[in-house]
Ligand binder design. Structure first.
Ligand code: GTP
Ligand code: MG
Length: 367
């Protein structure tokens, strides 16, 4: 590890120096305020001193070439015990597996641990913590830490377009089985009919699951909206022609195991992706992150602009939504939080997500 001291008049200034020399991988080992300069001990200026370290990329060959001098010295028991103790400590730190960085202030360590426990991926935890250290004076109250984290997280998420404004005439929903596509489509239709006074129509291409058409027809009946069923691309185009007098057409699709690319190819045979339409991928927050990534990746070559995350009420954290948004640079259009149509859906903004993720971080106590 390369270790170096950095100085500056403020923490943000020093952090900038650390980053420009050591990059984002730098580890802060300690920080303190020191007095510098002056004359005969007078007029000294306050400076911030940070000791930072960085792991240079040691090539594999060099690692092998380390001389084979014995680490433990045969005759010196006390010295040997000291080395063994240090190795044990290092092992414990490595096995801990958390992002705990003992060089950070206790409050910032606590923030790191909170975010990691929520399930936020390590690089995002680290970049959040370093932007806080870079931009603000070191916080000394939990309330301040929370406010800064919400602000920084909002900033990170704001780079990626989110929300939905009903600009396009067609809305398509795709996604794995049972994530809530049909229910969400009914919620969106409810919003358009009840709040905008629009006339809506549905097309369903889910001719696969028994009862799927009836399920949609039940919702459509309540909203007094027509339903067209499409078995193939020709039906799909005809259905659109039949619905020219409605303001918004909502298109439901069958839930399939989209970790398998073949199902996406099948989908392309029925849905026209060239169409000027909103294409939303629906993912349940109760599913495993690796599976969400795999499904997203399979859809990534299609014009899927945004993600709808469902079943927020069945999970304790939005961390995986944040991970996916930041990793794939695709924002959320909505988050749904219950089975009730049309109420249990929220348009998502970066601020709301940030507040949600930090809501378990209380102003007092630990956690
Ligand atoms: N808890 C909870 N349940 C939801 C939510 N959205 C949908 N559901 C429930 O999830 C189940 C499946 O919903 P559907 O809308 O049929 O899901 P789908 O994706 O259309 O399912 P397939 O068409 O079979 O792939 C139903 O019991 C819904 O009530 C939500 O936000 N929270
Ligand atoms: Mg369905």
């Amino acid at each position: 590890m390369r270790i170096k001291k950095f100085h500056g008049v403020s923490m943000p200034e020093v952090m900038k120096k650390v980053r420009s020399e050591f990059g984002t991988e730098a580890v802060i080992l300690s920080s303190k305020v020191i007095k510098n300069g002056g004359f005969l001990g007078l007029f000294k200026k306050e400076m911030t001193e940070v000791v930072a370290g960085m792991d240079p990329d040691v090539p594999v060959e060099r690692k092998k070439a380390i001389p084979s001098e014995p680490l433990l010295d045969k005759g010196n028991n006390r010295e040997n015990q000291k080395i063994l103790d240090e190795i044990t400590q290092l092992k414990a730190i490595i096995q801990d597996g958390s992002t705990r960085n003992p060089a950070l202030s206790p409050l910032m360590q606590e923030l790191e641990q909170y975010l990691s426990r929520q399930g936020l991926q390590k690089p995002y935890v680290q970049s959040l913590v370093s932007s806080i250290l870079e931009k603000y004076e070191p916080p000394n109250k939990r309330g301040d830490v929370k406010r800064m984290a919400v602000e920084e997280l909002t900033d990170m998420l704001r780079q990626i377009p989110s929300g939905h404004t009903f600009q396009k005439r067609y809305i398509h929903l795709f996604g794995p089985t049972g994530v809530g596509k049909t229910t969400t489509l009914a919620k969106l239709a409810g919003d358009a009919v009840l709040n905008k006074g629009w006339k809506v129509g549905f097309i369903t291409t889910d001719t696969y699951r028994i009862g799927a058409v009836e399920q949609l027809k039940t919702y459509a009946g309540i909203l007094n909206a027509p339903v067209e069923v499409a078995y193939n691309m020709e039906d799909y185009r005809l259905a659109k022609e039949k619905l020219t007098d409605v303001d918004l057409v909502l298109i439901d699709t069958a839930g399939r195991n989209y970790r398998n690319r073949a199902f996406i190819e099948e989908l392309q045979k029925v849905i026209d992706f060239e169409e000027q339409a909103d294409h939303f991928l629906v993912l349940s927050l109760t599913s495993k992150y690796a599976d969400m990534q795999a499904v997203y990746d399979n859809f990534s070559f299609l014009p899927v602009e945004k993600i709808i995350f469902t079943k927020e009420d069945e999970t304790s954290t939005l961390a995986d939504a944040v991970n996916l948004i930041l990793e794939k640079k695709r924002g959320p259009a909505y988050i749904t939080n219950g089975q009730d149509v049309p109420d249990d859906i929220q348009s998502m903004s970066p601020g709301k997500i940030a507040v949600q993720l930090m809501k378990g971080y209380t102003d007092e106590g630990s956690g």
